[in-house]
Design a binder for this molecule. Structure first.
Ligand code: BES
Ligand code: MN
Ligand code: ZN
Length: 514
């Protein structure tokens, strides 16, 4: 696969057109594309391709038009480089085209370009986009995202036994300026998501809480964000009870990482109440003394993916989105390990906001460290809204699989904003209920609340209900349980199997609309 994608100018030996199809049959080209194809002297090759039985026009399918003869002389002369390849990318039914259709089309084109070892492609999708009434900026963004996501490689942990992969470059050319702007935005967002993916992929013997803090600090330096790390005595001073207790069995000490984005120009909005993004950053989750059984532990290096997504989002906010409002990120980072110093089931913990928690299960650790971040945010940040991302429960995987993240948000306005960001990013969320009965389920016979009710009911909702005890009543708050969606299972679309950076683009789109 190519690893370096840029936007270029001029002609390319490979041209990409869009076309539609329905029920396994290609539709005739739209008039604008047809004229463009004719103008480039490609009508014959394209008609032949569309007539082939394997050409369906299905969304994300690619039909290659073979150039048999050189294009007409006069036209060939006008171009610096003759067209050697024409890729026709299927967009399915025109009426059903969305940004996601363009994401699968972009990914299909990217995969084809990589397989054919092409280093340049010119997009000529305007005709198809007009026919489908799709905004060229959004379409360019979707294509940029998918090709940028496809370019992610993480071979840092390959050794001598793996041959070094060839790193090739890919240049994308777009005649339409709006589409090109979208492409550039999409590539930028993909870079931010890829940053999150690399952090996620980093193994737990490297990616300790303090290592995450170093990565945050380095990224902040590079992008102009401010970053502060609280550890050691700071944790006691700030009463970060969850971090202290969850993290105390590990030699890799816990920390709270705080980043801040301030809008470029001093304006009323620059001093406004910030949007606070909170990420569960458990660098390894053994379950603690309530130890996970054998196979349940594998992959728990990814229990930091909420924090990775928040860091990626801050990167996007600083480099691409540059919103007019302040944004604060809080990453609650710890390793949930075991030792004679480990916190135990039956311990009672007192949190910053005075709420006491009876620990019933040390494997319900994410909510304890998130509690610290949530009540700190309410206390210190004067937030306009809080959004937390966490790989919180296996139960959300049972409930929603890998298709939707679980969403908990009782604030209608914030939920509408999240829904809009979800639609724009293609990162799907599904609302789950919150009712006083679930909050009552968390009551403890000993302390205020338990961290897990042993009744094995509604785990994802229990998690959200627990967290609600740490958010001030009037603060709009959204909890996203991403345990089902943060890893791609298959090498398909814009992803290979592995971390997908879920949430980076959703949060970026949310702040773009702030
Ligand atoms: N990190 C896990 C949740 C998880 C499980 C994420 C599988 C990704 C894949 C979390 O800390 C956890 O252990 N949750 C428990 C909660 C229970 C003890 C209340 C769970 O879901 O089993
Ligand atoms: Mn756990
Ligand atoms: Zn966990």
């Amino acid at each position: 696969m190519f690893t370096n994608v840029s936007i270029g100018k001029g002609a390319s030996p490979c041209v990409v057109f869009g076309f539609f199809g329905e029920k396994g049959q290609p539709a005739p080209l739209d008039a604008q594309t047809k004229a463009r194809v004719a103008g480039l002297g490609l009508s014959e090759a394209v008609s032949a391709a569309l007539a082939r039985p394997d050409c369906t026009g299905d969304a994300g399918s690619i039909t290659e038009a073979f150039i048999t003869a050189a294009p007409a002389k006069g036209r060939a002369k006008a171009r610096t480089q003759p067209i050697e390849r024409v890729l026709l990318v299927g967009l399915g039914k025109a009426a059903d085209v969305t940004a996601n259709t363009l994401r699968s089309a972009g990914a299909a084109v990217g995969r084809k370009l990589a397989a054919a070892k092409l280093t340049s492609a010119a997009f000529e999708l305007e005709g198809a986009l007009n026919a489908a009434k799709l905004d060229p900026a959004a379409a360019g963004n979707a294509v940029g995202e998918s090709i940028g996501l496809l370019a992610w490689v993480c071979d840092e942990f390959r050794g001598k036994a793996t041959p070094a992969p060839k790193r090739t470059r890919l240049q994308l050319v777009a005649g339409d300026a709006t589409f090109a702007q979208g492409l550039s935005r999409g590539l930028g967002l993909a870079t931010s998501a890829n940053f999150a993916r690399t952090l996620s992929q980093t193994p737990p013997n490297v990616a300790t809480p303090m290592w995450m803090a170093q990565q945050a600090q380095r990224m902040a330096r590079q992008t102009g964000l401010s970053c502060r790390v609280m550890s050691g005595k700071d944790l006691e001073r700030e009463k970060f009870t969850g971090l202290i207790n969850v993290g105390k069995a590990s030699e890799n000490e816990p920390c709270m990482i705080r980043l801040e984005y301030t809008p470029p120009r001093a304006s009323a909005r620059a001093t406004s109440r910030p949007t606070v993004l909170v990420g569960k950053t458990i660098c390894y989750d053994t379950g603690g003394l309530s130890l996970k059984v054998n196979n349940g532990m594998v992959g728990m290096k990814r229990d930091k993916d909420g924090g990775c997504a928040v860091l990626g989002a801050m990167h996007a906010i600083a480099t691409v989105i540059k919103p007019r409002v302040r944004v604060v990120a809080l990453l609650a980072a710890a390793e949930n390990s075991i030792s004679d110093e480990a916190y135990r089931p039956d311990d009672v913990l007192t949190f910053r906001n005075g709420v006491t928690v009876e620990v019933t299960n040390t494997d319900a650790e994410g909510r304890l460290v998130l509690a610290d971040a949530l009540c700190w945010a309410c206390d210190k940040e004067n937030p306009s809204a809080i959004i937390d991302l966490a790989t919180l429960t296996g139960g959300v995987i049972t409930a929603l699989g890998s298709t939707y993240a679980g969403l908990f948000c009782e604030d209608d306005k914030l939920r509408a904003r999240i829904d809009a960001a979800s639609a724009a990013s293609g990162e799907r969320v599904w609302r789950l209920p919150m009712h006083q009965e679930y909050r009552d389920m968390m009551k403890s016979p000993v302390a205020d609340i338990v961290n897990s009710n042993p009744n094995r009911k509604a785990h994802p909702i229990q998690g959200a209900a627990f967290l609600s005890y740490f958010v001030a009543d009037r603060t709009p708050w959204c909890h996203l349980d991403i345990a089902g969606v943060h890893v791609a299972e298959r090498n398909a679309g814009p992803y290979i199997d592995g971390p997908n950076g879920w949430g980076v683009r959703l949060l970026a789109e949310l702040l773009d609309r702030a």
